[in-house]
Design a protein around this ligand. Structure first.
Ligand code: GUN
Length: 312
């Protein structure tokens, strides 16, 4: 009899991490150090507003000080640079997060490089990318760090496993590949120019999909018994697509009718049935991102004051 795949519940793992962070915050606060996060949200992009609200709310729940800065859509790069410089200089701010995407007229790269690497809780600064690459302690991007936490806390082996990462973005694919390599996996990174992608992904014991295309990884691209990590969050609005990915799923059809869209990851849900374990969408990797941001904020507070932290 085939055993059912294990669902890697990101919500449960995120709760564990948040509880640990809350304990660390309480310890630091008792020593007169209250970790603080500044979030810059430009303009009125609804999705960004939802994310930022959630980040600020979680800070409150864990005892982290937070401050939201909300410049208008018309803000200039120079004005943003001045805001970042002030935050870099403030002792009560340990982490600075610039919510992306920024308006087209703002120089995103220049801004991300202006954030002090020691306060770069997104782990996007080239100095932190370099630290990750060279195995030095630093602040690491939240989503790929969340992937490692899911694997470790679920007791899944990484060392010696064949890990295939589909997608090579600076935010997820590349850092995920480096983190898996640092955990002694044998890592392959695939992208749009990869030849015969299914033959490569079928080698994966751990398959990470971070491409941003709904259900792109199909069942024939997966080795039975693999662990599937789905980073994608894609919105389906066409009933035909919903029927294709979730045939006969009355609940999802009803959600589509009610809300106008449903969420699917980068992996075709049919592939999950073949796996030993998989992260669901929603409720998998995405659930970890804010928990890891909180972890990074506390880590930044400690690193900046020379208080010991574990290497992660
Ligand atoms: N926009 C969507 N996700 C993220 C994230 O993780 N960090 C930042 N800064 N912006 C985002």
């Amino acid at each position: 009899m085939k055993t059912l795949p294990h669902v890697l519940d990101g919500v449960v793992i995120a709760s564990e991490i948040k509880a640990e962070v809350a304990r660390e915050v309480a310890d630091l606060t008792a020593r007169g150090i209250r970790p603080g996060l500044a979030v810059i949200l430009v303009g009125e992009v609804p999705a960004s507003q939802i994310y930022v609200r959630s980040k600020v709310k979680t800070c409150g729940e864990l005892g982290i000080f937070s401050e939201m800065i909300t410049p208008p859509e018309s803000v200039t790069t120079d004005e943003m640079l001045a805001t970042v410089a002030k935050l870099n200089a403030r002792d009560d701010i340990d982490g600075i997060l610039i919510q992306l995407p920024l308006p087209k007229h703002v120089d995103t790269k220049r801004l991300l490089e202006a954030v002090s690497p020691d306060k770069d809780v997104d782990g996007f600064h080239p100095v932190n990318a370099g630290r990750l690459q060279s195995g030095q302690p630093g602040l690491q991007p939240c989503t790929p760090a969340g992937i490692i936490e899911i694997l470790k806390r679920s007791g899944l082996p990484v060392a010696g496993q064949n890990a295939v990462v589909v997608g090579r973005s600076d935010i997820v694919g590349k850092p995920a590949a480096l983190m898996l390599l640092n955990e002694s996996a044998t890592v392959t990174v695939c992208h749009s120019k990869t030849r015969d992608l299914p033959s490569v992904t079928r080698q994966a014991d751990i398959l990470v999909a971070a491409i941003g295309r709904p259900g792109y990884v199909s069942a024939n691209m997966v080795k039975p018994g693999a662990t599937l990590i789905d980073v994608g969050i894609n919105r389906l609005t066409d009933p035909a697509d919903v029927q294709r990915f979730f045939p006969g799923d009355a609940e999802r059809a009803a959600t589509l009718a009610k809300r106008g869209s449903i969420i699917v990851g980068d992996i075709d849900p049919a592939a999950f049935d073949l796996s030993a374990a998989y992260t669901p969408v929603p409720g998998g990797v995405g659930a970890l991102t804010i928990a890891m941001l909180m972890h990074n904020t506390v880590k930044a507070a400690k690193l900046r004051r020379g208080i010991g932290t574990e290497s992660r």
